[in-house]
Design a binder for this molecule. Structure first.
Ligand code: C2E
Ligand code: MG
Ligand code: MG
Ligand code: MG
Length: 286
């Protein structure tokens, strides 16, 4: 999330650039260079159906590799990219890469799971967002139902009118719209009443202390029951242990994601884990 001018950004600059000078400009050029040198990478975190643990999709999480070693997480560069506007170009890069991945899996005969993309407030308030997404998916030959768009309530609140126009056009074109970090943003309940959404992602705020905190249990079950009554499926985020998993499953939560089920990994590792035998190598035709 963009905490523009907030504490986060300060931390970002300091963590990437210790030295004095003009850290903002440096980070801006660093991101430009990252695009040019292809230093961004998509990581994928699996999403499962909780009742039978079937893989139903994956969330696309961006990483930045400016040196060897552990890639930088989005918190260290997305806020900067939002403040400079570079998030638009980066977002398009992510979308195009995700589309390539879907098409590649199709060609190789892998199961048709959906990929979920995070779209930021800046992107959502642009007048051309829905046309661009539709255009890129079409260009890459990706059917819209294979792409899910994640947006936060706070991103919607930035420009509700434009968000509504974009989301209605995307929904009409067949893309699924999911409310990310549900329950933590601005105007939580309004977003599900007025916006054309497909489902909710229950923020890990309502998952992490489920076992110890009775209030969290009440809030989580209430959100799940409200979602069920409205006909919205729910993905629980941040499932880190078996107790959380069991509680959510028993409360009728449809899907889940979290370190207990699968960490975000690079594409190669994801394929090795979930698509181990290449279908065309199995020799059913010869
Ligand atoms: P998010 O969309 O809520 O993504 C889920 C975050 O929770 C990811 O962090 C993921 O690694 C983390 N997570 C997953 N399971 C667990 C768990 O069991 N425990 C804990 N503690 N954390 C878990 P990540 O990859 O650092 O991403 C952070 C945020 O950055 C994302 O939050 C999303 O808002 C943003 N982001 C990531 N990729 C993109 C992108 O391509 N574009 C935009 N605009 N934002 C992105
Ligand atoms: Mg997300
Ligand atoms: Mg989330
Ligand atoms: Mg989150």
């Amino acid at each position: 999330r963009a905490k523009l001018g907030g504490r986060n950004q300060h931390v970002v600059y300091e963590s990437i650039w210790d030295e004095a000078g003009s850290p903002h400009l440096r980070t801006e050029s660093l991101l430009q260079e990252a695009l040019r040198k292809d230093q961004f990478a998509l990581y994928l975190q699996p999403l499962f159906r909780l009742d039978d643990m079937a893989l139903v999709g994956a969330e696309v999480l961006l990483r930045l590799r400016i040196s060897d070693g552990i890639p930088l997480p989005p918190s260290s560069f997305i806020p900067v990219a939002e403040s400079t506007g570079q998030i638009v170009e980066i977002g398009e890069w992510v979308l195009r890469r995700a589309c390539h991945q879907i098409r590649d899996w199709n060609l190789r005969g892998f199961p048709p799971i959906a990929l979920s993309i995070n779209v930021s407030a800046i992107e959502l308030s642009r007048t051309d967002l829905s046309t661009r997404i539709r255009h890129i998916a079409e260009q890459e030959g990706v059917p819209p139902e294979r792409l899910h768009i994640e947006i936060t309530e706070t991103a919607i609140a930035r420009n509700e009118e434009q968000a509504l126009i974009n989301l209605e056009a995307l929904r009409a074109a067949g893309f699924e719209i999911w409310i990310d970090d549900f329950g933590t943003g601005y105007s939580s309940l309004k977003s599900i009443k007025h916006f054309p959404i497909s489902g909710l992602k229950l923020d890990r705020e309502f998952v992490h202390d489920l076992a110890q905190n009775p209030a969290t249990q009440v809030i989580a079950s209430s959100i799940l029951s409200m979602a069920r009554n409205l006909g919205y499926p729910v993905v629980a985020e941040g499932i880190e242990n078996a107790d959380q998993f069991e509680f959510l499953r028993q409360q009728g939560c449809d899907r889940g994601q979290g370190f207990h089920l699968g960490r975000p990994v690079c594409i190669q590792v994801f394929e090795n884990r979930f698509f181990p035998a290449r279908p065309q190598d199995e020799g059913s035709e010869n």
